[in-house]
Design a protein around this ligand. Sequence first.
Ligand SMILES: [Fe+2]
Length: 341
Amino acid sequence: MKKLSIYILLLTFISSLTIAAEVNIFNARHYKADAELYSKFTNKTGIKVNLINGKAGALEKRMIEEGSDSSADLYITADAGRCGAFKAKGMTQGGLTSPAIKAAVPSNFRTTHWTGIAKRARIVYYAPDRVSGAELSGLTYESLADPKWKGRLVIRKSSNIYNKSLVASLVKNNGKKATAEWAKGVVANMARTPTGNDRAQIMAVAAGEADIAVANTYYLALMLSGNKGAEQQAAAKKVKAFFPNQNDRGTHMNISCAALVKGAPNKANAIKLVEFLLTPESQEHFTNNTFEFPMIDGVSPSPLVVNNIGLDFKQDLKTKVSSYGAKQADALEVMTAAGWK
Ligand SMILES: [Fe+2]
């Protein structure tokens, strides 16, 4: 009888060890496809993935409020500006320094606290029937302030994180004063008060409300895929993609990022998961489902991206994406001062 109870105790202990193999992701990426990827990770490693889905702001607030009681191991979200700002709040820790991570991700797309897991470019879309090749030639983010675009440009609100990061990169490269002047020029060129998401800007160009729009690369592919309906698919076919700043530092790049949360109860498992997200298998899964660019070499983007946006462009690899968080406050300040809604 005594032997049996010791045996039961032992079994309970072993099973509790098995249950302990888990990792908790606070996930602001709203892609169904990501969940499939996490199941693959569990099948491979036996590590259970607990997904806590939500909007970036709500998840960040929750982690900050829970403090050291939080179960969060990894925070996965879009935009280096978000990961950078979260780190600046003291909410992350170092540890993403394994040889696998360092080999996979170029140093300008990671810090020791957070790393890129997929890439995107913020580019210009134009109406080919209303914008000539000569007008586009040599176009830069800087030249979006040129009066020749007066009443012809659409871009979303200044509160949007993609815009904050783009403008932060301009502050980093050109200084705050020059960027403040630039923001005034951009606002003067707007065809309408900023409204809607990135896809809405592409729709506005397709509908003739504007001639050029600023939006991320994956949105055009998403619209062309038909996943957003026939109307958006038809609109996407009416615009063309242009990569700014090809004659100088290159096109503004951004990332989806994974941040190691301070006090993560399952730190080792979190690092393993990040390494898994950077394998060719996971990267292919990202590119085919979210239409982002891969973070690693040797994986092709979706054919929708390759054929309609293109691969053969100069990326800005000089501006570290960690500067987007660092210059975020300056970026918002100059946009707001310029009357950018
Ligand atoms: Fe997005």
